[in-house]
Write a new protein. Structure first.
Length: 488
């Protein structure tokens, strides 16, 4: 998924305007030192193809796309403690100049970006270090936010668009702990309504609710008790005051309107010799609307959901090409209710980078799932890697849906479904970096469909499970890509 930035840089513009005033008023600031100026960027092109997206060999459901991402960034160190950073991005599917939404293979869309052209401000912020207190930094503006393994907050680098947030973030760093506190605005409906109507004033009309926004607040602590190990407790609050309901919106929609969702969790990560290990647990609670209609009552569903992940690996440093073997187990709860029943036990994946978790084919999210994985990789050279992943996927709750990496419903489970097995996935990748500036990667995957996808009416299969409104028939799916990027 990519986060649609409905308020196109209002916070960033305010920050730059404020600091611009300082620059104009202070001659010391007005001097430009080109040695403190950095200019860089990235140009990336990818071709990707997938067959049988409907998991039904009788339906034509193949897709392929070429796309690119070009990023140009400028940074300037105003003083040793004050710096600016701006990153302009152009991301589009080739042949998509018409501006229509492209909800297919890699979620590149011209909607929600500057002028509907694919051009956007991906990042633009001011960073102040040692802000009154040694070790305290303040970052204000549009920025990427990543924590831990990117399971709940990530930059989604695989996407040509990626994730970024209009946010204020405070970070205090010491040798024994780092503390991050932030607020981010994801959606501002007043601004959208005013911009659409051409009103030019970003305030609601008289008699309407003053705030119908989606905001998220967070606290992330990184404790460093011993070398090479961290303990990372966190708390996130998703506060959404938008009107319930709308076309296609239910309580199963990712980050659905009209909810207050708290996420409390923690992560342990470290390395001991040749062994590496990571474990993470998260619990969500709160209340939300069932969103089944615009008149749905607020807070009529009690949220109670949880998720966990564990992975470990061992690297044979003394063996040529330093092979590594690893295992992983992931779980995220689902709901037994097919319609609103006073509770919602489906875990919300928030704003992650799911691509390198749960299979590279992007068929799974950290949402109503159980996944088991084994991985093997070797490094033929210091700048290359060959990797093989094997996955086994199941539903945590057979009454809930199958959600793919973008967190939207991929397969809808029938009310009578009792099948949990979704299938198996095999991924093979090769990565190589040439002269530090050019990166090339190629990969392929195949998915063998499980019991959930068997034809309707089969003796042992489920009845009524659908993908995009059609019955799957148990056939598999293949996927592959090539991607090259140049850093400058």
């Amino acid at each position: 998924m990519h986060i649609t930035k409905r308020v196109s840089g209002w916070l960033t513009l305010a920050v730059f305007a404020t600091v611009g005033g300082l620059v104009a008023s202070d001659p010391a600031f007005a001097k430009v030192d080109v040695d403190q100026l950095t200019i860089g960027g990235e140009a990336r092109v990818r071709y990707e193809g997938r067959n049988n997206t409907a998991l039904n060999s009788n339906i034509k459901s193949n897709e392929s796309a070429a796309s690119h991402r070009v990023r140009v960034n400028v940074g300037y160190d105003l003083t040793p403690d004050v710096s600016f950073f701006a990153q302009i991005q152009d991301a589009r599917n080739w042949g998509g100049e018409a501006g229509a939404a492209t909800s297919g293979i890699n979620a590149v869309s011209n909607n929600g970006v500057f002028g509907g052209t694919g051009l956007d401000l991906h990042q633009g912020y001011i960073l102040v270090k040692n802000a009154g207190v040694p070790g305290l930094s303040v970052k204000i503006g549009r920025q990427e936010i990543m924590f831990g393994d990117h399971r709940l907050f990530g930059n989604f680098g695989w996407s040509q668009v990626g994730n970024s947030f209009d946010a204020v973030r405070l970070t205090h760093s010491t040798p024994i702990a780092d503390v991050d506190l932030f607020w981010a605005r994801i959606i501002d409906t007043e601004a959208v309504a005013a911009a659409t109507a051409g009103a030019g004033v970003y305030f609601p009309a008289a008699g309407t609710k003053g705030t119908t926004d989606q905001n998220i607040y967070g606290l992330y602590v990184t404790l460093k008790p011993i070398p090479n190990w961290t303990v990372e407790p966190y708390y996130f609050l998703l506060k959404d005051d938008r009107t319930p309901g709308g076309a296609g919106v239910t309580f199963r929609t990712p980050q659905a309107p009209s909810q207050t969702r708290s996420t409390v969790g923690g992560r342990i990560n470290g390395k001991a010799g040749q062994l590496d290990a990571t474990g993470e647990l998260a619990w969500q609670f709160g209340a939300m609307s069932d969103n089944l209609a615009a008149t749905s009552p607020t807070d009529n569903l009690h949220i109670n959901a949880w998720a966990g992940a564990f992975k470990a690996g061992f690297t044979f440093d003394a063996v040529p090409m330093r092979p590594r073997v690893g295992i992983e187990v992931d779980y995220a709860s689902g709901s037994s209710c097919t319609t609103a029943c006073g509770k919602n036990n489906t875990f919300d994946n928030l704003y992650p980078t799911n691509h390198f978790h749960y299979g590279y084919m992007d068929l799974m999210a950290w949402k109503n799932m159980v996944a088991y994985s084994a991985v093997f990789d070797v490094k033929p050279s210091p700048v290359s890697k060959f990797q093989v992943n094997v996955w086994l996927f199941r539903l945590a709750n057979t009454k809930d849906n199958w959600y793919r990496a973008g967190q939207v419903t991929y397969g809808t489970s029938a009310a009578t479904n009792q099948a949990a097995s979704l299938g198996r996935e095999l991924d093979v990748h090769y990565y190589h970096t040439f002269k530090e500036k050019f990166k090339f990667e190629i990969g392929a995957g195949h998915f063998w469909a499980g019991e959930w996808t068997r034809a309707v009416g089969s003796a042992s299969g489920p009845t009524g499970n659908t993908i995009a409104g059609a019955d799957p028939n148990g056939s598999g799916q293949s996927w592959g890509y090539m991607m090259g990027s140049v850093l400058f």
